[in-house]
Design a protein around this ligand. Structure first.
Ligand SMILES: C[S@@+](CC[C@H](N)C(=O)[O-])C[C@H]1O[C@@H](n2cnc3c(N)ncnc32)[C@H](O)[C@@H]1O
Length: 258
């Protein structure tokens, strides 16, 4: 097996692990069960549209959560899928599903992936890298884990969402209609602690230039960037998505190892 056994557990001390909080975990799973969540409407379709042909390939999923994407990679013909997540509850949830024996789940932190043995054709990460403080190290570790020409595909909260130090807010007009997004603190990269699902959640804000220049400096060629929003038809059907014409929810990047 490509992942050392010692990697399992034990190395997650000192890093935020909010998804192991019972109340947060339940709220998060309820959110993800909603078929009209922004993940389902915007992020997952864009993410899978950017995925290369993975038939016969080895995939590593960083911050895999309950393993939905790992199962989708296997269904698309991946030869081996390794999902890692800092949350034991998430990994337990992932392993409750009957999975293909070529899909493996491990408790582990993205900060420790340099300890993983072996190489992958694709490193994927959906909505997790904004929890990592040292983006340059993560990129270097991902680069080392990829086969030559390998792909790093990730999604994250949009930098306009992570920017405001006191959390993202929409400003309404006199008739209580959403008018604009309150973008502030954008150029002040770094630590954020904001309220989400009734909890304080710690994450890191990075500007576009920090993200793009970091990826290039680590030895990648950027192939595609997406800031997906719901289609016009969906925005009419689900009016809460109208506001995304002012600010997208997600940033997705596909980069190829040089
Ligand atoms: C928003 S969830 C996304 C889960 C999954 N990728 C998906 O799209 O369904 C973020 C996940 O990242 C995990 N996570 C947060 N910080 C992490 C870290 N430092 N190392 C590994 N996983 C982490 C959380 O436990 C959580 O499962």
């Amino acid at each position: 097996m490509m992942v050392c056994e010692e990697y399992e557990g034990g190395m997650v001390v000192g890093k935020q692990n909010i998804y192991d909080d019972d109340a947060f975990f339940d709220s998060y799973l309820a959110l993800r069960d909603n078929p009209t969540s922004a993940n389902e409407i915007e992020e997952r379709p864009a993410f899978f549209s950017m995925l290369p042909d993975i038939r016969g390939k080895r995939i590593l999923d960083l911050g895999c959560g309950a393993g939905e994407n790992c199962r989708a990679f296997a269904a698309q013909g991946a030869r081996m899928v390794v999902g890692i997540d800092i949350s034991k509850k998430m990994i337990q949830q992932a392993t409750t599903h009957e999975v293909n024996p070529d899909v493996m789940f491990r408790v582990g932190a993205m900060e420790d992936i340099a300890q993983i043995e072996g190489k992958f054709h694709v490193v994927a990460s959906s909505m997790a890298i904004h929890y990592v403080e040292d983006f340059s190290k993560l990129l270097m570790d991902v680069h080392n884990l990829l086969e030559s020409d390998g792909i790093f595909l990730f999604s994250q909260e949009h930098p306009f969402t992570t920017a405001p130090i006191d959390g993202s807010k929409w400003i309404r007009d006199d008739e209580n209609h959403i008018d604009h997004y309150r973008l502030r603190d954008y150029m002040m990269g770094g630590f954020r602690s904001v309220q989400w699902l009734d909890h304080k959640v710690e994450k890191y804000h990075r500007t576009f230039s920090e993200i793009i220049n970091g990826i290039v400096a680590a030895g990648f060629i950027i192939e595609e960037i997406m800031e997906p929003i719901a289609s016009e038809a969906t925005r009419e059907r689900l009016p809460s998505y109208q506001k995304t014409i002012h600010k997208p929810n997600f940033l997705l990047v596909r980069a190829r190892k040089r």
